[in-house]
Design a protein around this ligand. Structure first.
Ligand code: 3H9
Length: 692
């Protein structure tokens, strides 16, 4: 049966798309729409048509899962042209969401009615493409060049009200019954004698995007889709409509072929796949309404803020009244900042603060459904806290630790209920960063894991399952590639060259900028903790210790690797180069940007392969999502494992083998990497199954 139905009710044809979950414009939908429009054109009983979506939204866009496969006719642009060419009026009745090709369908209709609460957007550039079904040509005609460019380059959806304000939609309807609203609107248009009103007949708007293009090129450094979309608009406005459409199509197809498109679509699907865990399929999560947080430092306050923003009741425990008051002030500040960013109304902020209790007594936790411990990173301290929690928490409550590297099994063993214990590793600032590593310990019950994933969804986080090891997925891999960077500095690269090469590659920050942001005391403490374990054969970055001892702890002390005396951007400092030079003991040499990136990425991928092989990460795609959301990895490169596949694993293995000639301790090829190369397979092959 076609996912598109055609029916007529009192002169009004209703064309409804029913293709769950998001009414994506699959081949069958395009066929159904083309057929329905043809039927409408020849149907004398219908004088006007309404296109609408069944279920919870209008249309979520082109069917992304068809990208990269052979194109099947009819194409979306041709379907939209056919809608626009109808001589009788066609209305788009939009509810829920209209994105990408979905909004382009609406742009091809003659009238647009949006229900209140609807989100409308052209997010194609966030997938590495451009609106390729007339969006770059019709949107500027409807809303002007500037508003269209903002929507297309930013990719963020706008509200129905804003859409009406810029002329994108003609009317607003109630949010509860799209069908009735659409029929009523169609009736009114018929009564007024409304006629077909093709967007293509509107004159192209005046304006010039040259200045904006320069800004966009700088802002989206390294990315091609945003500027190409602007080019499609600029060129189209100077051409007859059909030629503009053809140019848009040509540029769209060029973008479809880019590795950036492949990377961004990999990111899109991976983000949705991480929450699909065989071990919790069909497992019912426990009910969570009341959350407790132990510790009100930056992390604890951030976690409490995230929970309050999600509408949960929060009790935060601190050592004494002064610390509890400080935590409350931090949380209030976080919520205030959310109000300023437009994420929260003042009424919701006030309501959230009313559901927050800051206390000093563990007895207050007896009613909590889940507790997250966020105290000092020391096994002794954590075990003491968990023993106390075991004594006060009600049966069935989930006991979570926010440790970023400690052994969750050992923490769980401090309680008499290890099956209720799990790691919830938030990233700082916890109310903003999307990543949540869910660390499943040996004894964690499946419904506790399911609860953690359900909670993550409620908090708007992207949860990734991790196994227990030092640093879990992200910090374990970080520690390895960070060592590769330190080795390059010991061998002659300046920290500034390393940062520059990696920022040019697309990372949000280089490793030494990250150190300055996090604080050099963190790295120092990690080195102290690890002194004596197997890694001690790695050369020690004594320059980092020297900076620490010199009180250069990073941004917070005004100086670290960079000098922050003028601003937070920081400047290279000759004093640091002298400290680094002092720490070098062997011969030095120059490192070019390519070699820096190659060594850094090879170290990252090699350790990531071990993490996958050991089952710490379920699949390579889980590693990708961790790096995209927690470590500033450039999204358009898809994540380290996707990038490695695109480069070719054989080349990476050859590089590692070459590096091993001068350091065979650090550069041991991961067995999984060697095996995949020998078998001619890729990491992506492991995303489907774990039968390797
Ligand atoms: C485009 O339109 C190009 C055109 O300009 C030109 C063409 C010529 N296709 O996100 P959810 C799946 S580009 C296929 O969890 P939500 C998704 O993978 C497109 N599948 O739901 C998931 O599958 P599963 C422009 C899609 O309620 C399931 O649907 N459009 C698509 O949180 C539920 O997704 C976009 O970029 C799709 N287009 O959010 C919009 N969309 O259950 C992309 C979703 O197996 N989509 N799926 O894991 C979204 O932003 C959100 O899905 C949406 C719903 C807001 C619609």
């Amino acid at each position: 049966m076609s996912p598109v139905t055609y029916s007529v009710q009192k002169d009004i044809a209703v064309i409804a798309i029913d293709n769950p979950p998001v009414n994506a414009l699959s081949h069958a939908v395009r066929q159904g729409l083309a057929r329905a429009i043809k039927t409408f054109a020849g149907d004398e009983s219908a004088r006007i048509a309404v296109v609408m979506g069944a279920g919870r939204l209008f249309i979520g866009g082109a069917d992304i899962s068809e990208f990269g496969k052979p194109l099947k006719h009819p194409t979306l642009p041709s379907v939209i042209n056919a809608i626009e060419a109808c001589t009788k009026p066609v209305i788009a009745a939009i509810h829920g969401t209209a994105l990408g090709g979905g909004l382009e369908v609406a742009l091809g209709c003659h009238y647009r009615l949006a229900m209140m609460g609807t989100k409308l957007g052209l997010p194609e550039t966030t997938l590495g493409i451009l609106p390729g079904a007339g969006g770059t040509q019709r949107m500027p005609r409807l809303v002007g060049l500037e508003s269209a460019a903002e929507m297309i380059v930013g990719g963020k959806p706008i509200s129905a009200e804003d859409a009406q304000a810029i002329g994108l939609v003609d009317g607003l309807g109630p949010d509860n019954d799209v069908r009735s609203a659409a029929l009523a609107y169609a009736g009114k248009l018929l009564a007024k004698g409304a006629i077909a009103r093709p967007t293509r007949a509107m004159p192209p708007p005046d304006g010039d995007l040259t200045e904006m293009r320069a800004k966009v090129a700088a802002k989206f450094r390294g990315q091609v889709a945003q500027v190409t979309a602007l080019d499609a608009m600029t060129r189209g406005m100077a051409l007859p409509f059909d030629e503009g459409l053809a140019e848009e199509r040509r540029l769209f197809q060029t973008l479809m072929e880019t590795p950036q498109r492949a990377g961004l679509i990999h990111a899109f699907f991976s983000e949705r796949t991480v929450a699909k865990l065989p071990e919790i399929a069909g497992v019912k999560p426990r009910t969570i309404n009341r959350i407790a947080v132990i510790g009100g430092g930056t992390m604890g306050s951030g976690i409490a803020t995230a929970a309050l923003l999600a509408g949960l009741t929060v009790t935060l425990v601190e050592r004494d009244d002064a610390a509890a008051d400080k935590a409350r002030a931090t949380i209030a500040g976080n919520l205030e900042a959310a109000v300023k960013r437009g994420k929260l109304t003042t009424a919701r902020r006030d309501a959230a603060l009313k559901t927050l209790a800051t206390v000093t007594d563990y007895a207050a936790l007896s009613e909590a459904d889940l507790v997250v411990e966020a105290v000092f990173e020391s096994m002794d301290v954590k075990r003491e806290v968990f023993a106390k929690l075991d004594a006060v928490m009600k049966p069935g409550a989930v006991l979570a630790t926010n440790t970023s590297y400690l052994d969750v099994n050992e923490i769980a063993a401090a309680t008499g209920r290890p099956s209720d214990v799990i790691g919830l590793h938030f990233f700082s600032p916890a109310h903003i960063m999307k990543l949540l590593e869910v660390v499943v310990a040996d004894g964690t019950a499946p419904d506790v894991t399911a609860t953690a994933f359900a909670l993550a969804k409620r908090l708007g986080k992207t949860p990734v399952r991790a196994g227990v090891c030092d640093g879990f997925i992200g910090n374990r891999i970080l520690s390895h590639y960070r060592t590769a960077a330190d080795h390059m500095v010991l061998d002659g690269a300046s920290p500034y060259d390393v940062d520059r090469a990696l920022v040019d590659f697309g990372f949000a920050m280089g490793p030494y900028q990250v150190s300055d942001l996090a604080g050099l005391d963190i790295g120092f403490a990690t080195r102290q903790r690890k002194a004596g374990d197997a890694h001690t054969r790695d050369r020690v970055p004594t320059f980092a210790d020297a900076l620490y001892h010199a009180g250069r702890l990073g941004q917070k002390t005004g100086a670290g690797y960079y000098d922050y005396s003028e601003d937070r951007k920081g400047r290279p400092d000759p004093a640091v180069e002298a400290i680094v030079a002092e720490a070098r003991t062997g011969e030095t040499r120059a490192f070019g940007a390519n070699e820096i990136v190659c060594r850094y990425m090879a170290a990252m991928i090699n350790e990531a392969a071990r993490v996958v092989e050991e089952g710490i990460a379920l699949r390579p795609l889980d590693v990708d999502v961790v790096f995209l959301h927690g470590y500033g990895f450039p999204r358009y490169r898809g994540g380290p494992m996707h990038w490695a596949d695109a480069q070719g694993l054989d080349g990476i293995l050859v590089a590692i083998t070459e590096f091993a000639k001068t350091d065979d301790h650090f550069w041991q090829p991961a067995p999984l990497l060697s095996r995949l190369v020998a078998e001619g397979r890729r990491f992506a092959d492991l995303n489907q199954t774990r039968k390797d």
